[in-house]
Design a protein around this ligand. Structure first.
Ligand SMILES: [Ca+2]
Ligand SMILES: [Ca+2]
Length: 491
């Protein structure tokens, strides 16, 4: 029996690692980053991220990872609560007059990422931006180095966050600390204001534009317009006047090609700097001989529009914003692998617990992604549910099942409901009738075919629309969504 156990142990590097040495965790979280920025999601992207490309090549990339949504214009806030707690969007603490929100926050914080890993004997450290987060849970980290750093020079930008991690690792090296660690390595970028460094701005033909009275100058290297660019969103998407849509420095309420392309260039400059900073931390772990036993997770709190569909911010549920980049690399994780995953950010806690051999806390609602990351399964759930409820109510909801996606919008004040139905297999960019306009095609170079549009009103897709309407209503009920759409005819 003993011999057999030893044979199994020697045959599997994962069980060796699990039995002998618990893995470290490096959880890297960018702020407002779209999947399509990256070459490993969109080969046409001109953004260069060699360190993240290497992570993707040596690890598993999820094609269908989502943040579940938000009941606030500050989409970061619920998203980061879900990352920290594994709780779903309508079960998160919100400010309520009776103080119930604060009570829930305290109990959830005691069962959040750092609290759980502290109890299991891990050393925990974090650096990230300040605010729009889960403060009570963030305070549980043994070492906290938080500050919002969105300026261009490294000590005032992404380099500052990397330095906090490098200093922490150097200290551990001096002290020869034998404990496993969990580091939450958050950035304040590429969230606006997207102040890029001069050399990187030059590389992407962009400038830190500040003069509202003129358009930014483009260069030969400025990124092209996104293929699903629109000069304006075709209808009121329930929060059109929010700060992100009208008051981001460098963009304001403009949607012209020069403004959009410059802003994407700025996003790329900020994202390449994040890649450089990630590279420094990975190199440090390698010299400490710790990289091999570290599970590295790279993601973002949500995506961002920047001109896609005529929107700028994160207050929508199109794929560019609802989806998040998601890479995991480390001991036992299948290298060079891709899977849909159908993951939510709230699965992160259960996943880390699973790899560390820790029981998930009772408040967790996420599902461990370990079977996907080990290449044993493709998805952990069939249906994905999305919420944007930070503007008028009920706001926006989405549901995805296979390649089919339904999105509904309603402002209860005027009762107008907009419904979109997309077949993401044939229309991954969620092109709308407005994208068929020849003036738009001329700008983007994209000439959509007949099915690359909103299919909701087409008679041949009525049965599919009804099926997804039913599915959405079930998801809304299952997730304790307090709202309903006025035309929701599902049972
Ligand atoms: Ca964010
Ligand atoms: Ca220690």
């Amino acid at each position: 029996m003993k011999t057999l156990a030893l044979a199994i142990l020697l045959a599997s590097p994962l069980s060796l690692s699990a039995a002998g040495k618990r893995p470290n965790f490096l959880i890297i979280v960018a702020d407002d980053q779209a999947t399509s920025d990256f070459g490993f999601y969109d080969p046409k992207s001109t953004l260069e991220t060699p360190n993240l490309d290497r992570l993707a090549a040596e690890g598993t990339v999820l094609d269908a990872a989502y943040h579940m949504g938000s009941w606030s214009g500050a989409v970061c806030t619920p998203s980061r609560h879900m990352i920290m707690s594994g709780a779903s969007v309508w079960h998160l603490p919100r400010k309520k007059r009776d103080g119930a929100g604060a009570k829930l926050a305290a109990s959830l914080a005691d069962n959040s990422l750092a609290a759980v890993f502290n109890r299991a004997g891990y050393d925990t450290m974090r650096t990230c931006k300040n605010g729009n987060s889960f403060a009570a849970a963030n305070r549980k980290f043994q070492v906290v180095r938080d500050a919002s750093k969105r300026d261009a020079p490294d000590p005032l930008g992404s380099g500052w966050h990397a330095q906090q991690v490098l200093d922490y690792l150097a200290q551990r090296e001096v002290e020869k600390d034998p404990d496993p660690f969990l580091i939450y390595f958050g950035f304040s970028h590429p969230h606006d204001t997207r102040n890029g460094k001069d050399d990187l701005l030059a590389k992407y033909g962009a400038s830190n534009h500040t003069d509202r009275s003129v358009l930014p100058k483009l260069g030969a290297k400025s990124p092209p317009l996104p293929p699903n660019y629109l000069p304006r969103h075709p209808f009121d998407s329930t929060h059109m006047g929010c700060r992100d849509e009208v008051n981001v420095s460098g963009v304001w309420d403009k949607r012209d090609p020069a403004t959009v392309r410059n802003e994407i260039g700025r996003e790329f400059a900020c994202s390449e700097n994040i890649d450089i900073q990630v590279g420094k931390v990975l190199a440090k772990l390698e010299t400490m001989d710790q990289l091999e036993n570290t599970i590295v997770i790279y993601t973002s709190d949500h995506g961002i529009a920047i001109g896609r569909h005529g929107l700028m911010g994160k207050q929508n549920l199109y794929e560019h914003t609802w989806r998040v980049p998601f890479i995991v690399k480390g001991p036992g994780i299948k290298a060079g692998h891709r899977a849909p995953g159908n993951a939510y950010l709230m699965d992160l806690l259960a996943t880390c617990c699973d790899f560390a051999g820790i029981e998930s806390p009772p408040t967790n609602e996420g599902t461990s992604l370990r079977p996907i990351l080990e290449g044993k399964k493709e998805t952990v759930r069939d249906t994905l549910y999305g919420v944007y409820c930070g503007g008028t109510k009920p706001g926006i909801r989405s549901v995805r099942s296979g390649d089919w996606k339904l999105v509904k919008y309603e402002d209860e004040k005027n009762g107008t409901v907009h419904t979109q139905l997309f077949d993401l297999a044939s229309n991954p960019l969620e092109l709308l009738p407005a994208h068929h306009d020849s003036a738009v095609s001329k700008l983007t170079g994209i000439k959509p075919d007949g099915v690359q549009t909103n299919l909701a009103a087409k008679p041949e897709f009525e049965a599919k629309r009804k099926e997804l309407e039913e599915l959405l209503l079930r998801q809304m009920k299952d997730h304790d969504d307090p709202y309903r759409f006025s035309d929701h005819t599902g049972s």
